[in-house]
Design a protein around this ligand. Structure first.
Ligand SMILES: *Cc1c(COP(=O)(O)O)cnc(C)c1O
Length: 459
């Protein structure tokens, strides 16, 4: 190391005059202060995460939470024996979440943390596949005749496509249309056959924030199971809603109160209010998680079951989740979520008042505002142009087409999060008003002939 580096001005250093993005390791070390500054500066044009209206993922945690997490980066969540208190805290999170989701018998329940909902959905899907296979064999079904299938609405998040591709499952999508902006409960059972491993209900469709009617779905599945003697189950993908609904709509029945809901996942880093990445999956009863998927690691001289796909990862996110649970309690989460909901509904009202937009989600069920340009409005710009204008004020706002069967409709979505306060919302509304005024006066539309494009909206 060049000792002189410490004394030279950062921006007068040799390193500051070189490219920071390397393609191979440099031969010699760089001073730590320089390295910090130059790498950090490399991210300077990325925009302000808190103005990123595209993401469900948490962009703020309290300084105490950050401190706790930074001080526990080195703890490996899989080393249950070495970090038994961390393991006990993970268990505590599972118990707290099980209670939030009204699990009928906490002794029978089993659950785990994951990297996010994607890993959790993989586990939920695999459990359904293994269980189905055992039952199909017992029923004498020819397992080689066709692929097993999974049923989900066309508003699925991409992790389900991954699940089906990775584990060779046919994904049967129930189309959404103008009158069914969530799973069409009257048609869903038409897709079920002997090879169906399960049905996924979505609590918070990523595109629009709408909830599938899990209760109605449960009734349909119950009637089917009664008639056929099968044990077809529902997995609820509650990536966003499963950490929102329990606090804001405690009376809404979508969870383990419904008999056929066998497993639920959520993203701790969405409305669980933790930085990415942490997710959770719980099964109502071990009966729904086939033994083959459980592996044991050593824990306090004994063994502890684990079912994650990942092995090593930092426990700091789990501890961040626990910090939030411990610090906020039920009322704290409820207060944050109710405020976020109020903010979203205010934005939706403001958008509606412009008269040119049709609202698809008004922020009530999830604090997500989602809208399109009305069909016959006389404007010479589109939602992509509006997104560009808003970006000038630092707002990152996606515009994208809806999924299959509704893909002629382009929408724009604002995801409101806990750190998005009323004042920020007022600023955003003013910026939208200004942007529309500017676009109306502009005579060049940037995207007139451009194919619809989208930017990261699926998270
Ligand atoms: C975000 C999301 C996922 C994926 O979650 P990650 O935690 O980002 O892996 C899955 N399903 C739905 C409905 C989502 O909104």
């Amino acid at each position: 190391m060049n000792q002189e580096n410490t004394y030279q001005p950062i921006f007068g250093s040799t390193e500051a005059s070189e490219n920071v993005i390397l393609h191979k390791l440099r031969q010699h070390p760089v001073d730590a202060t320089l390295a910090y500054r130059l790498v950090k500066d490399q991210l300077i044009d990325e925009g302000n995460a808190r103005q990123n209206m595209a993401t469900f993922c948490q962009t703020y945690m309290e300084p105490e939470a950050q401190k706790l997490m930074a001080e526990t980066f080195e703890k490996n969540a899989i080393d249950k024996s070495e970090y038994p208190s961390t393991a006990a805290i993970e268990e505590a999170c599972v118990n707290i979440i099980g209670d939030l989701w009204n699990v009928p018998d906490s002794k029978k329940m089993i659950g785990t943390s994951t990297v996010g909902s994607s890993e959790a959905c993989m586990l939920g899907g695999m459990a359904m596949k293994f269980k189905w296979r055992k039952e199909a064999e017992a029923r004498g079904i020819d397992l080689n005749k066709q692929k097993p299938n999974l049923i989900i609405s066309s508003g699925y998040q991409v992790c389900w496509e991954k699940f089906c591709v990775y584990w060779d499952i046919e994904m049967r999508t129930v189309p959404m249309d103008d009158t069914h902006m969530s799973i069409d409960v009257d048609r869903v059972m038409d897709y079920v056959d002997e090879y169906t491993i399960g049905i996924v209900g979505i609590l918070g469709i990523t595109y629009t924030g709408k909830y599938d009617d899990i209760k109605a779905l449960n009734d349909k599945v119950e009637a089917f199971n009664q008639e056929t003697g099968r044990e077809l189950g529902i997995h609820v993908d509650g990536a966003s809603g499963a950490m929102f609904a329990p606090f804001v709509f405690p009376d809404l029945e979508w969870d383990f109160r419904l008999k056929n809901v066998v497993s639920i996942n959520t993203s701790g880093h969405k409305y669980g209010l933790v930085y990415p990445g942490v997710g959770w999956i719980l099964w109502r009863d071990r009966h729904f998680l086939p033994e083959e998927l459980i592996f044991n690691v050593s824990y306090l001289g004994g063994e502890m079951p684990t079912m994650a796909i990942n092995f090593s990862r930092s426990a700091s996110q789990i501890l961040g989740q626990y910090y939030n649970f411990y610090r906020y309690g039920f009322e704290g989460y409820r207060a944050i979520h109710l405020r976020t909901q109020k903010v979203a509904m205010k934005i939706a009202k403001a958008i509606e008042s412009f008269g040119i937009f049709e609202i698809y989600n008004d922020g009530e069920n999830l604090p997500i505002v989602c809208y399109r340009l009305k069909d016959n409005v006389d404007v010479k710009w589109n939602l992509y142009d509006l997104a560009d204008r808003l970006q000038m004020k630092g707002w990152q706002v996606p515009a994208y087409p809806l999924p299959e069967d509704l893909d002629n409709i382009e929408i724009q979505r604002f995801v409101c999060r806990g750190d998005f306060g009323m004042n920020m919302a007022d600023a955003l509304i003013e910026d939208i008003r200004t942007a529309i005024g500017e676009l109306d006066k502009a005579n060049v539309s940037m995207h007139a002939n451009e194919a619809p494009h989208s930017q990261g909206f699926t998270h």
